[in-house]
Design a binder for this molecule. Structure first.
Ligand SMILES: N[C@@H](CCC(=O)N[C@@H](CS)C(=O)NCC(=O)O)C(=O)O
Length: 126
């Protein structure tokens, strides 16, 4: 079972690498504004999880420089996810607002909707 999972994981990463999406290119000012907007976001994920790959590809398509934490390999990241988000499930997006309020979004499709619509609602530069 471990071997099958390893092979599947390697295949997922290989196809992700081959068909890696091109990110949109913005003017430096616009990218800086987006980077500031996404500074409080952290994606908790596993490297070869297909749902995490889906979210990472959406980030790449939109050139969102969001920090990631590996909840499989890093004990401290796994602990942060369980304690903060409430369960060990990836992908999960941690959102820290400017006022310090923290929200956690589970489900790849909800995270992608947030990245595609939620961010754009507040974006004056894109
Ligand atoms: N419907 C979820 C599925 C997420 C999911 O099943 N994630 C798996 C990894 S691929 C998980 O976190 N399993 C719990 C674990 O590994 O402990 C989504 O789209 O995000």
């Amino acid at each position: 079972m471990r071997i099958i999972r390893g092979v599947l994981g390697a295949l997922i990463l290989f196809f992700d690498w081959v068909f890696t999406p091109k990110g949109i290119k913005r003017e430096a000012e616009a990218q800086k504004a987006i980077d500031e907007q996404t500074a409080g976001l952290t994606l908790y994920q596993y490297k070869a999880c297909p749902f995490c790959v889906k979210v990472r590809r959406a980030m790449k398509r939109q050139t969102l420089n969001i920090q990631t934490r590996d909840a499989k390999r890093s004990d401290s990241s796994r602990k942060e996810l369980i304690e903060g988000g409430g369960k060990l499930k990836v992908p999960c997006l941690r959102i820290e607002e400017n006022n310090g309020e923290v929200r956690w979004i589970y489900e790849s499709s909800n995270i992608i909707s947030f990245l595609e619509n939620g961010l754009a609602e507040n974006c004056f530069a894109c």
